[in-house]
Write a new protein. Structure first.
Lengths: 266, 417
């Protein structure tokens, strides 16, 4: 078995697919360069991302797949799950070899994998649209740090661009070390290093707008006040807001001072 | 200053939370002229309370001062509680600043009635107007209309808000007379009727004339309090059905009464919130809106109460065993969605996947159908010698399986089927 090693980019993956067809590598497996342990088993071959090859494969997929299915392919790729390339490639083979449209053939295991993985990625996209929390800095930048399970920045870009057109903002994925920055004109992908530990409030405090703390406090207060203790259901709460997201949510931070608890029986 | 604002927020968010609606979907308002916000998509829940409810909007009262004395309401005149009132500017600032931080989808504003209905409604409209015109705000706005407010103010409200609601609160005129003697049912029906007509005219105009201003693009909704008055589920679902059909409401909300009063016209403090019943009503409502069920298929004069142990879809299926089992490879989509355990998503997948191959049980499993319920109601082609069970046996087997699940407390946002 040959292992094709690519750089992890979409262009790289598509180039690998191109080469599989070009060189008839029917039993090839594709892996990201960082998952090198696979190279221990048999032959490896490095894929050099080639935009032209990638374009040709993408075109082909566009011809064969509906827009939603193409989106599913893309989202599944963004899952970055180890080894997800193999079902993706089998999916492409199945799609390209079939006469008609097979993208809804859920009795086919790879179609199902693509569909189900893309759903997970989509759910994470949706969560980030919900759980991004901006903080305002002194120089009027609304910034937010996130650590999504999957690489969803490309997917949430449009949502935030449409929504926040009159404020500068930055959403930074600290796991993947890049972010989206809107400068009141366009949104750009940026790579950056922080000189401070952004997870440490004491280091961040002096950078923030003087009213930022007040708005966070008000939001915490609101979150406390809308709760109906008589209906408490922590299981449901955690199901909807899994704990791993809490550290970025002001409403889930320990109560500082003077939050007013709702009256017991009212 | 900030202390006082915190206190007001705690009082006025607390008083607004019994209105269960928090939906921010159904609008089509796009960001224009590089403004703030966008509400064209599905509404987003930005947080969930510890009781598991979605927090999508900043839901507050403008004030909890009220000249009325509705027994089921915390803000009623005779209740000895702290009162507060926001200024117009405070509500505007809270909305904008929460929105800019991605805490919320928009504002849901309601109010106790101070001086008179029009005076109150005017303030609510002014806030919506300021947000739209001074702040170029395109987030979601839901205004609750004050019973008895004038048509002119309702019209204004529709120009700035995405959704309007008139809460009927008590399912029947009789309960209203007992529990909210200051209110008349006509005061709620009339603005609903007004909105229905205005919304319909607006949608017609939009088809023919280009530049018609939007009018309540997300339509109108209402809420009924459940369990504070004696109506049965047949009455409640019948009324909801009427609202959907005659008033073209987008949503009817059911709010399980949270005991807040020692008034002997009402369930005593400490009585559990009827959460299971509320959940069953939502399930039934869902069946009417998305699964093509008629109200009279769900509850009947002979059985006017929803079954608390099993969901209304399963209940219907067990009463109609003559329609089952369905051949999953042949049956019509409309029947497949009626199978307990199969939702709309799965039904669609089944119909599309069976074009490619004859579906077997393992296909269904992978598609995400939970077979424990479904197996009693469907067949796959290769499955010939199935055992026959009668409805009572099925019911008992399913209940035994799910014993713990059904006993748990649950609230409307648990997955419905
Ligand atoms: S009019 Fe509204 S706020 Fe006033 S008591 Fe009745 S329900 Fe409560």
């Amino acid at each position: 078995m040959t292992v094709l090693v690519y750089d992890g980019s979409l262009g790289g993956l598509l180039t690998a697919i191109f080469d599989i067809y070009e060189y008839k590598l029917s039993d090839a497996s594709v892996r990201k360069a960082e998952e090198t342990s696979y190279s221990l088993f048999g032959q490896t071959r490095t894929i050099h991302t080639d935009e032209e090859k990638a374009q040709r494969v993408w075109k082909k997929l566009e011809d064969k797949l509906s827009r939603p299915a193409l989106g599913q392919f893309y989202k599944t790729y963004l899952s970055e799950l180890p080894g997800i390339e193999d079902p993706l490639i089998r999916y492409v083979r199945y799609v390209l070899s079939a006469k008609g449209s097979v993208e809804n053939d859920y009795s086919h295991p790879d179609v199902l994998t693509v569909q189900q993985t893309s759903r997970k990625v989509h759910r994470e996209k949706h969560r980030m649209e919900a759980f991004v929390r901006f903080q305002l800095t002194k120089d009027r930048l609304y910034y937010s740090i996130i650590q999504p399970d999957f690489n969803v920045l490309p997917l949430i870009r449009k949502h935030f661009t449409d929504r926040y057109a009159d404020q500068k903002w930055l959403i930074y994925d600290s796991r993947r070390k890049y972010g989206l920055f809107y400068n009141l004109e366009v949104v750009e992908e940026v790579e950056m290093e922080f000189a401070i530990n952004t997870a440490d409030p004491s280091q961040v405090a002096h950078l923030l707008d003087e009213k930022e703390e007040l708005w966070q406090k008000l939001w915490q207060q609101y979150f406390t006040s809308v709760n109906i203790p008589a209906r408490k259901n922590m299981k449901l709460h955690i199901k909807h807001m899994p704990k791993r997201y809490w550290k970025f949510l002001p409403e889930k931070q320990p109560v500082k001072d003077n939050r007013i608890d709702p009256p017991a029986a009212a | 200053m900030s202390e006082r604002l915190l206190e007001k927020l705690s009082i006025l968010a607390d008083a607004a939370k019994y209105d269960v609606s928090c939906s921010s979907s159904g609008s089509n308002r796009k960001n224009e002229n590089k403004g703030l916000g966008d509400s064209k998509g599905m509404g987003i829940c930005h947080a969930y309370t510890e009781d598991g409810r979605c927090v999508s909007l900043l839901k507050i009262l403008l004030t909890n001062h009220c000249i009325f004395d509705c027994a089921y309401c915390v803000s009623r005149k005779s209740n000895d509680i702290k009162r507060a009132a926001f200024t117009v500017q405070e509500v505007v600032d809270l909305t904008i600043n929460f929105y800019r931080r991605n805490y919320i989808e928009g504002l849901f504003l309601s109010s106790g009635i101070f001086s008179n209905p029009d005076y109150t409604m005017e303030r609510l409209v002014l806030i919506a107007k300021k947000l739209r015109t001074e702040h170029n705000f395109h987030g979601y706005i839901h205004l609750k209309s004050i019973p008895g407010a004038s048509d002119e103010l309702m019209h204004q409200a529709g120009l700035y808000a995405d959704r309007l609601s008139v809460n009927i609160e008590m399912p029947t005129k009789e309960s209203l007379a007992v529990l909210a003697p200051d209110k008349k049912r006509e005061d709620m029906i009339r603005p609903m009727q007004y909105l229905k007509t205005a919304i319909e005219e607006n949608r017609d105009d939009q088809k023919t004339i280009k530049k018609v201003p939007r009018f309540a693009p997300a339509g109108q909704s209402t809420q009924m309090v459940i369990g504070a008055s004696p109506e049965n589920d047949l009455q409640i679902l019948w009324i909801a059905d009427q609202f959907y059909k005659k008033m073209k409401l987008k949503r009817v909300y059911y709010s399980g009464y949270v005991p807040i009063s020692t008034d002997n016209r009402l369930p005593a403090v400490g009585t559990p919130v009827p959460m299971i019943r509320e959940n069953r009503l939502y399930q039934a409502d869902w069946l009417m809106r998305f699964y093509d069920f008629k109200a009279e298929e769900i509850v009947t004069p002979e059985e006017p109460l929803l079954d608390m142990e099993i969901d209304p879809k399963l209940n219907w299926a067990l009463r109609n065993m003559n329609q089952f089992p369905l051949d999953i490879n042949k049956a019509d989509y409309h029947m497949i969605v009626r199978v307990p355990g199969i939702g709309i998503q799965s039904a669609k997948k089944i119909v599309s996947a069976r074009k490619f191959s004859t579906l077997r049980w393992d296909h269904l499993k992978k598609i995400g159908v939970s077979l424990n319920k479904t197996k009693y109601f469907i067949t796959c082609k290769l499955d010939e010698n199935r055992k026959q069970f009668d409805p009572l046996q099925i019911r008992q087997m399913l209940l035994a399986e799910a014993a713990s699940k059904y006993k748990a407390n649950f609230s409307p946002q648990i997955k419905l089927f």
